[in-house]
Write a protein that binds this ligand. Structure first.
Ligand code: SF4
Ligand code: SF4
Ligand code: SF4
Length: 257
């Protein structure tokens, strides 16, 4: 059965233990400065945004039909049966089409590294495969971030809204948005308050729009021509060119997009 994460903003206390657990699981640095950053970046895969006493977590939504995976010419990104959308750096050639395609602006690039990778939350795919909850869900002290079967989480979210209609918007974000996502969210205030837009187009349209802007992807077969050697070297080439282009630019969400 497909797994998911239910984030209930009304239970969140902005302790940021989810951020810290995510950093540990992904071997990323975490300190007070990073904790204060309200943006997804190559070194911060999830964050909790605060607007007064209201909060909203952001992370890869691990979409049911992910646009990032559908545009990836080498299948480095893949939707798994269990729910996570995984990334295989050994396949990635650094084209970054996924970054163009994602309707949430999630995938980020390690601009400063010699062999950069795309970084994004993969819903702790290794833990999920081992039957464990995601690190962020395990760390959450209030149950605001909960891991489970996606269908069960949807039923639970509906139940919470039915039992406390005054406490919630009558909306479960992630049932329909972007064609459905493995991450589901409940809130008492509109999600748009936090800048979370709702992709209006069905994802196949988004994918089509991105593909139509790409250089002749029909030559995709050619991508296979040099196999892994080519991919690895191409990624190094792209990194070299772009480290020049981006020299001196500090990483932030605008640059990463
Ligand atoms: S939110 Fe973006 S990066 Fe994450 S699975 Fe969906 S399309 Fe891919
Ligand atoms: S599911 Fe894993 S990778 Fe994603 S935000 Fe939670 S801890 Fe980080
Ligand atoms: S660990 Fe739970 S309560 Fe703390 S900030 Fe994250 S989601 Fe909110």
């Amino acid at each position: 059965m497909s797994k998911g994460i239910l984030y209930d903003a009304t239970l969140c206390v902005d302790c940021k233990l989810c951020e810290k657990a995510c950093a540990e699981r992904n071997k990323l640095p975490y300190d007070d400065t990073i904790a204060a950053e309200e943006t997804i970046s190559a070194h911060k895969l999830t964050f909790v945004a605060a607007r007064g006493d209201k909060f909203l977590r952001r992370l890869c939504m691990n979409c049911q039909d992910p646009a990032c995976a559908s545009v990836c010419p080498v299948a480095a990104l893949r939707k798994t049966e269990r729910g996570p959308v995984t990334y295989d750096e050994s396949r990635c050639m650094g084209c970054r089409y996924c970054m163009l395609a994602c309707p949430f602006g999630v995938p980020k690039y390690e601009w400063g590294k010699l062999l950069p990778r795309v970084r994004k939350c993969d819903m702790c795919a290794d833990r999920v495969a081992a039957g464990r909850p995601t690190a962020c869900a395990e760390a959450c002290p209030t149950g605001a971030t909960k891991f489970g079967d996606r269908d069960d989480l949807i039923a639970e979210a509906k139940d919470r809204i039915a039992k406390s209609p005054g406490q919630y918007l009558n909306r479960i974000y992630g049932i329909e948005e972007a064609g459905g996502t493995s991450v589901l969210m409940l809130s008492s205030v509109p999600f748009e308050t936090f800048g979370l837009h709702t992709p209006k187009e069905p994802l196949p349209m988004l994918t089509y729009r991105v593909l139509s802007r790409l250089p002749d992807i029909v030559s995709l077969g050619g991508v296979l021509l040099g196999g892994i050697w080519w991919i690895t070297n191409r990624r190094a080439e792209v990194a070299a060119v772009e480290s020049g282009e981006h020299h001196g630019k500090k990483e932030n969400i605008e640059e990463d997009k």
